[in-house]
Write a protein that binds this ligand. Sequence first.
Ligand code: FMN
Length: 794
Amino acid sequence: MPVSTKNRFLLLYGSQTGQAKAISEEIVEKAEKFNLTADLHCLSQTEKKFNIERENCVVIVTSTTGDGEPPDTAQKFVRRLKKKTLPSNHLENLNYALLGLGDSNYTNFCNNGKTIDRRLEQLGAKRFYESGWADDAVGLEIAAEPWMESLFPAIQKFLSVNITTSCDSIDTSCRTNQSGSNENGHYKEEDRQENRLESKTIPDLHSDDSSPSITSLNEIIKPVSPLDNNCDKTTEVTSSKLNSRTNVNNLSSSHLGKSGSISNTDTDNIDSNTNINRTDNSTLITKSKLNINQQSELQTLDKGGCQPSLTISLPPLSESSVSVPVLSAAYLKLEYLNDETVSLTEIPLQNGCPMPSASSEITMARVTSSSVLTKEEAVKKTLCLKLNTEKKMMEYLPGDSISVVVENDVNEIEALLKRLNVLKCADTTCSLTVIEGTKKKNPSVPSHIPPLCTLRHIFTTCVDIREPPKKALFRVLVEYTSDQGQKRRIQELCSKQGAAEYTQFVRQPSLSLMDILNAFPSCIPPVERLLEHLPRLQPRPYSVCSSPLVNPGIIEIVFNVINIPVGEGRSYHRNGVCTGMLDKITQNVQIKGAFQEDRDDDLSNTLEKLAINDKIQVPIFTRTNQHFHMSDDLSIPIIMVGPGTGVAPFVGFLRHRQALRKDMSDPELYGNTWLFYGCRHEKSDYIYRKELEDFQSTGILSQLCVCFSRDNQLQISPQYVQDNIRNNSTELSILIMEKNATVFVCGDAKNMAKDVNEAFVSVIQSYKGCTAEEAKIELMKMRLHKRYLEDVWT
Ligand SMILES: Cc1cc2nc3c(=O)[nH]c(=O)nc-3n(C[C@H](O)[C@H](O)[C@H](O)COP(=O)(O)O)c2cc1C
């Protein structure tokens, strides 16, 4: 029997790093305003807490991870869905809406969402609202917000709920009429038909089907841009909203003129009020409400010459009204327990909350060496760490990663706690509980935060303070900002009209919470409100460059120490959270100048021994990268592309191959092994040079193709790895097309991976004498058959 309660829908999320979960929680909160109840579950709870076969109305929000794969928590759900034995009417009772999260820098944009979308349809489920694709490369909110906005009227229409409320508390123009479609005609019955047709072209790049049938290039290559999907409609919505807002403004300014300022009571109404006019008034802040400071600021702006910035609005915004999001309900209560002591060392990391993508327990690994692989003059400092896990042998293969459970910088935390006026009580035992009677749905203390510890502990080990604060947090900050000009600017930054400025001034420069607080000195939010919104501090993954066959118990990783300068709103210098931490804790034992030109391995090894320091320990766990492994069959040729620290897994591959080759019955069968490596300067940042050249001289590596992007000003020799790939087109095409070679690409997703992809397209094109489109299809087939593998990051 299908589960059906009139106003209820099932809301499922699949999340790797928490964004899909956060969006789902937002949907739960907003649903209430539409007289709807969302039952929220993680996809991992399939068959435990929900059974999709018994559902009638489901909303799914899911991200994609790895190389187009489902998040760990969604894997079981997707596996079940993909079962080939399921009949085509298996989900005929199901009606659904889906929001996919992804990042268009990855080749398989939103692949998991698309796979689920397509499969649901194949199984007879009906889409009652168009699927949305949110792109983290440009800002998830650009597509997610308009998608969410029209989701509720669509659910209402589907469930035929009597509409007693308005969605004006979310956006003033998004009013629903009795038939359920909104005034902008955002949801139409015909859309359903269109969507059905459209979704047929969404490929399942990870289908188990061993003989993919690909007929059109667009089918498989062109990512569904969130702008393609939503932007036109968003634009339409926005302009009509602005029109309707003008009318509402007239109403609201006269009403608001009485109060003259935005009080907490006003904004409280936003959450609770169902009356259109009052809610409109609360959500719209008009010029008439600006205080004297603001008016003078506007006058300055009107005179021109003032550049918009994080703290100063663009003239059109400051002159117009803005609609701000719903203020989330407070739900955490913080109490200081002066008489209680708590042993922080006994609290498990992040309260023992399972680590994402973990394929092992957390192990405290001893840092046995930390070597600087680059020269002093190199633009980036590259560190190689050897981590001893001897007591607990960790199982891994070259191509896998380890994740480091990271801590925030102590100085940064000190400054933040001070800024929040809680430094004095930062080391007092405190408890976090749920506020009784909170309006938040299903409230709970975040599972990664110990309910009894100290604020310093929470801020150092549990929450991310570097991620640009989300708009929902900005909305909270509005409430705790006393200066009216600053308040207004924060409102703008979280408003719909300020979306572009939020992207420009907050997201792109990657401002931290502290940057925002520095920019708005009158903003002093309570800590517990922040803890409701700050995301979990995520462990940081690094490709392993060691082989378990060569030095069991020692895991080696290599990374650039990320340096982030002051500027564009960033108010203090910082390093990458994890790379900065690893650099800092090994500062005194770092080996400089080893493994470089002098190629003195003995010296390096001696220095390493001297540097051994039992006291430096790092919590790590392994993270299996299922699709980025070499075949056990060493006769299969491999082509590896890994500029910069992207070479890490390939150093592991080569060490592993060297060990395996010794046991080959016929070493003559050893397959061709190519490596494309690149860096800026040969002299200062060619890492692993000695070892790679040794691999070449012993035949472990058949070809080592190296290029230096900044050394050859005349650009006579190849500048980038992709140039070298093109230069070796003939040999590579034979390996790929005739010898069944596997291609591995590791490194930057934004530029390198795309350019390398294109270079291989041209390699195939010249071999086959075909069009670029046909060559792209060929390459996509290689991806499907796991012969073109990527491990890339943004
Ligand atoms: C390691 C990693 C791999 C990713 N792989 C993909 C991918 O293959 N395709 C894609 O569209 N997005 C990919 N993404 C982007 C995420 O889907 C995107 O950032 C999303 O917002 C994350 O949501 P979540 O926090 O709910 O997991 C990847 C992100 C990470 C960190």
